[in-house]
Ligand binder design. Sequence first.
Ligand code: NOJ
Length: 479
Amino acid sequence: MDFLISSAYQIEGGWDADGKGPSIWDNFTHTPGNIKNDETGDIACDSYNKADEDLYLLRALRVNSYRFSLSWPRIFPDGRNRSINTYGVNYYNRLIDGLLAQNITPMVTLFHWDLPQALQDIGGWLNPEMVELFDSYADFCFHTFGDRVKFWITFNEPIAISSLGYDLAVFPPNYKDDPGYALYKVTHIILKAHARAYHTYDQKYRATQKGVVSLSLNMDWVEPEPLNDPRNVEAADRYLQFMGGWFAHPIFKNGDYPDAMKWKVGNRSELQKLPSSRLPVFTEEEKEYIRGTADVFCLNYYTAKLIKHKTTKLRPFSYEDDQEKVLENDSSWPTSAIDNMRAVPWGLRRLLNWIKEEYGNPPIYITENGVGLKSKSEVDDTSKIFFYKTHIDEVLKAYNLDGVNLKGYVAWSFLDSFEWLNGYEARFGLHQVDFEKPSRPRTPRTSAIYYSEIIRQNGIPFHQGDSLSLFHLLASRTS
Ligand code: NOJ
């Protein structure tokens, strides 16, 4: 299976069109100084008004699935289902129907960070009521779109919400109070909200709709440096537990946080002379409720880092200090354009193997993988082609040689789009978008042609006409 992907706030625009309510990202980007060049998602790729063109481009690429997200405040302007906005609902109905008419399977994310402002006003993800409110939104979406949508992702990269929103405080709501506590409380609530929506699907929709439900977790690979010191290997494992295991261990293992996290945060809390651990505790009933609430494992992968064991200081109560320290990246690894992220294809193979071992060989979808380039005019993007070729090659090795139970691969992304704090600077699209022109024209990059060739040949194209059959193999395993 081959896919393409986008997310609502990053491409739709129409930020206040047809009764849509404001999200925390609308308000955040409207405040000068928050985003590079003060850019906003007000218009973005204007996909709210250009669904037909997007569908045409998707068809030209011959993808068989498209992952996108729903904007919660476009559907419920004030976050609650007393405020249903039929224009918003119809926009998604048209998009879903348009995809199906072209045999493209929709893969839908319920929450890709654009929380209705009205729900932030009652405390956002720190408020336990959010479990109920998210469930009511998810229930509405399953009920309304689930006759046609068979793949649901509840949360995209939830660590970005807790860590970037409530610890580093660079994402809205930029919450700085309660450092070292808030992010753990937020994750605790998100895990319950995810589980609740999963059970709703199970109880009310699964029998008739027959879909799958999961969440997308982002993980970096970490390579111990030097490798021959077992403390570095342990530090690397702890890092993976803090980044992915925080969510995956409760869901895919035993309903509870990883031991490494419980030990580390608990121990540090004790040294800080706190009455109890800053990491909250699940009751036995809650553990039982959360365990097993994902049908497949969804991974977003971008980069790898080196890691070395290090004793952290006990100053402020922060997640950063609970977490392992990463070293400078290996300078021999090529950089991608944004944030000096290194492109490390073999890290993806190792990470897939780690997930296979850690969680008992679950079916895995890579729900994001891609690279952002700086040059906006570059249509002939050899480096992006190189990125996809080398990463897909490592995915093939994981599948063919290591027996990883891989079910699908998603390229991030379909279009250049609003790249959060980086504004429009990082260009992830297989299609270039000209954000200076009001009509936001799209131009396929060479990488789009390359990707469609991968799809056409069911694998990486070779000059001799031979091909490695990633998608063919995946398709045959899935069917
Ligand atoms: C993570 C996010 O899910 C997506 O919104 C973002 O654009 C990409 N990775 C690239 O940074």
